[in-house]
Design a protein around this ligand. Structure first.
Ligand code: ADP
Ligand code: TRP
Length: 320
């Protein structure tokens, strides 16, 4: 089974990204032949600053390697190191009905948020289809917001195969339905757009300040408290064992424990969980030649597959 997913380089990663997207991606490398790429072509639809794009691409590479992407198991690469996807995107776009793209929620949402309606933004799902079909991926793990794009991919692959013969594998989306929404320090969904995140590579005093800011109700120290409705406890459950969760829940219900204490327990857990990754990230950042090597090797593996697929597609349509 071949599994492929892409992530846009888009700023500092937070605990919501970690549990919602990174951890599942890292676990998938145990389940098949994994391909994971940094979607820097896609990011150009929203990031128009060369230094920022470069810096964010490097950040994502370091973040994912530090959190457990194993280059022996996953071909990890920059999208721009596999330019074959553009030719494939063109072949697909010639049989992509306008209506299919006009119906995409993600495009409409982005425009509603004030992002300029460029051709790139509109054609984004066709490039995404090319990413997926280039390596003949069977499974595409994505968040719910990307499901429609995988459906567009399936539609395009079927149209192409019907018109020109069997060239593409029809991929299945694998939607992370069971991943809970991680709350931010204000209790809303944690998101960089809401300035409510806890960043995974933040540490020391700034991290402590952030954790102490988590919104709670105004119960007094001695009052019994409800763990089920508490943001601090919700974050704690992501990081603590069942026994630890039960123990803290009992202390909530018994009263006599202030939220400050629960926050300190949470902070300890965050530090315990992410400390090894922070160390690894520092080590990797000192070793950019190694990181570059990993990305190049990953790109080599993906390019070899992409060239093969593109060769078949070019013949099928009559370019060769
Ligand atoms: P943000 O909302 O911070 O801009 P993105 O939209 O870039 O994050 O999301 C990147 C990935 O992280 C997506 O797969 C998304 O499902 C996941 N993700 C983001 N925030 C959360 C959250 N609070 N809880 C669970 N998953 C999340
Ligand atoms: N559009 C995806 C996102 O914003 C990123 C992406 C680009 C992707 N190409 C892909 C994901 C191919 C899966 C497969 O999250």
């Amino acid at each position: 089974m071949r599994i492929l997913s892409g992530i846009q380089p888009s700023g500092k990663l937070h605990i919501g990204n970690y549990f919602g997207m990174m951890k599942p991606a890292i676990e998938l490398q145990e389940q098949g032949e994994a391909y994971l790429f940094i979607a820097n072509y896609h990011a150009m639809t929203t990031v128009q600053d060369a230094d920022a794009l470069r810096a964010m691409t490097t950040d994502v590479a370091l973040d994912f390697l530090a959190c457990g992407i194993d280059p022996e198991k996953t071909a990890f690469y920059r999208q721009s190191d596999v330019p074959e996807v553009h030719e494939l995107a063109w072949l697909l776009s010639t049989l992509c009905p306008m209506g299919l793209l006009e119906r995409c929620h993600s495009y409409k949402d982005k425009i509603a948020r004030g992002i300029a309606a460029s051709h790139g933004l509109f054609a984004y799902p066709v490039l995404m289809a090319a990413d997926i079909l280039a390596v003949n991926s069977n499974v595409v793990p994505v968040g719910r917001d990307q499901k429609q794009h995988v459906e567009v991919t399936r539609d395009l692959a079927i149209r192409f195969n019907n018109a020109f013969g069997e060239v593409f594998t029809i991929p299945e989306p694998s939607i992370r339905e069971n991943v809970a929404v991680v709350p931010g320090v204000d209790g809303q969904k944690m998101s960089k757009s809401y300035d409510n995140t806890i960043e995974i590579f933040n540490e020391g005093k700034p991290l402590k300040k952030r954790v102490m800011k988590i919104l709670t109700d105004s119960k007094e120290m001695e009052d019994p408290k409800d763990p089920e409705t508490c943001n601090v406890f919700a974050l704690y459950t992501l990081l603590a064992t069942e026994e630890e969760q039960t123990a803290l829940a009992e202390r909530y219900r018994a009263g006599g424990m202030g939220y400050g204490h629960a926050k300190t327990e949470l902070l300890d857990k965050i530090n315990e969980h992410f400390a090894p990754m922070r160390d690894k990230r520092r080590e990797l950042a000192e070793n950019m030649d190694y990181v570059e090597d990993v990305l190049r090797q990953g790109a080599g593996k993906a390019s070899a597959l992409a060239r093969e697929t593109l060769g078949k597609a070019r013949k099928a349509v009559g370019l060769e």
